[in-house]
Design a protein around this ligand. Structure first.
Ligand code: UT7
Length: 310
């Protein structure tokens, strides 16, 4: 059987118009702009909308950016922890909203969801699928207790999407690493009808370790080292986590895509939001090595190494 890989073609995002600054939150919560910026790197976040609506807008933009039509897409793969409803899958709403023929399914791997989705899309390509619209979208504001300062200052809403296109040959995804440890599921939870809870200190401690290990495994499988990484696209949970990961991997912080200051933690949307920002800023050239890496509730973690544009 001939080898089929993937290339990433087209990117788009959608964020709600409403900007909530740290000063806005300080007006109702016992917190401060200084605490939030120093402990997390967040200055403001976008709040509003539902996951399907954000995903539809981001998806349309990605398809347009790729120079394609909705009819050119074969599968909608939506990574989210905040589906519009438990049933049906939100991807079905996205499929109908954009007018895409073919399959649609949701994937929940918390903040690692987009990278899990990328690897899943590559698997679909390998067995003969056409193009996949891969979206990471979240409306985390719907599951946050806005009176709980420990969570309210961290999260934001948004969506990012890419078109994943099958190509002959190995393609751009040159290695990946996925992992989970369900014995740590109590560290980050949200029950039916409940609010997000996180043991922030413990997640922080473990996050740095699992991200570094996962990234190193993916790099080693690609036959690369940290010095080969042109752009690190990390999950945006905390600027201090990104800095610690950069330091431990030996990747200068200037080579990281960072949007947490503007968007806060948007879970599965954070990696595609950061990737899109880097693409629009002209920070990615053909042949560059990109390291995407995330971690989140589960716990889950995921890394992928791409050689951009083959
Ligand atoms: O995306 C999924 C994965 N999520 C993450 O990776 C998040 C990981 N965790 C973190 O980013 C950090 O642990 C937090 C940002 C959540 C918290 O930062 P921290 O440096 O670990 O703070 P802390 O929980 O140790 O709290 C330090 C102090 C405490 O007060 P005392 O005990 O020192 O008096 C907290 O009560 O800060 C207090 N505090 C706050 N103060 C002002 C906690 N939240 C706030 C707040 N505003 N919003």
């Amino acid at each position: 059987m001939s080898v089929r890989g993937i290339t990433v073609r087209g990117s788009g995002i959608s964020v709600p118009d409403k900007v909530v600054t740290n000063a806005d939150l300080s007006a109702t919560l016992d917190t401060s702009d200084e605490w939030i910026r120093e402990r997390t790197g967040i200055k403001e976040r976008r709040v509003g909308g539902v996951t399907s609506q954000l995903a539809i807008e981001a998806g349309r933009r990605a398809i347009e950016d790729a120079g394609l039509q909705p009819s050119d897409i074969d599968v909608v793969l939506l990574a989210t922890t905040t589906p519009d409803a438990l049933v049906p899958a939100t991807s079905a709403t996205v499929q109908a909203g954009i007018g895409i023929p073919g399959g649609a399914f949701d994937l929940n791997a918390a903040c690692s969801g987009f990278v899990y989705g990328l690897v899943t899309a590559a698997g679909l390509a390998a067995v003969g699928s056409g193009r996949v619209l891969l979206v990471g979208a979240e409306a985390l504001s719907r599951i946050v207790d806005w009176d709980d300062r420990t969570m309210a200052v961290l999260v934001g809403d948004g969506a990012g999407a890419v078109v994943v296109e099958p190509v002959d040959g190995p393609g751009d995804l040159i290695s990946w690493n996925l992992g989970a440890d369900g014995t740590l599921r109590h560290l980050l939870t949200c029950d039916h009808g409940g609010y997000l809870f996180m043991d922030g200190k413990e997640v922080f401690r473990r996050a740095v370790r699992v991200v570094v290990e996962s990234a190193q495994r993916a790099l080693s499988d690609a036959g690369l080292t940290a010095s080969d990484v042109d752009l690190l696209v990390p999950h945006q949970a905390n600027l201090r986590i990104i800095q610690a990961v950069c330091q431990r991997l030996g990747i200068p912080e200037e080579r990281a895509a960072i949007v947490i200051d503007r968007y806060g933690n948007t879970s599965s949307a954070s990696i595609p939001l950061a990737l899109d920002d880097a693409l629009r800023a002209g920070r990615v050239s053909a042949g560059d090595h990109l390291l995407l890496t995330g971690f989140g509730g589960g716990m889950t973690w995921a890394s992928a190494v791409l050689r951009w544009g083959g």
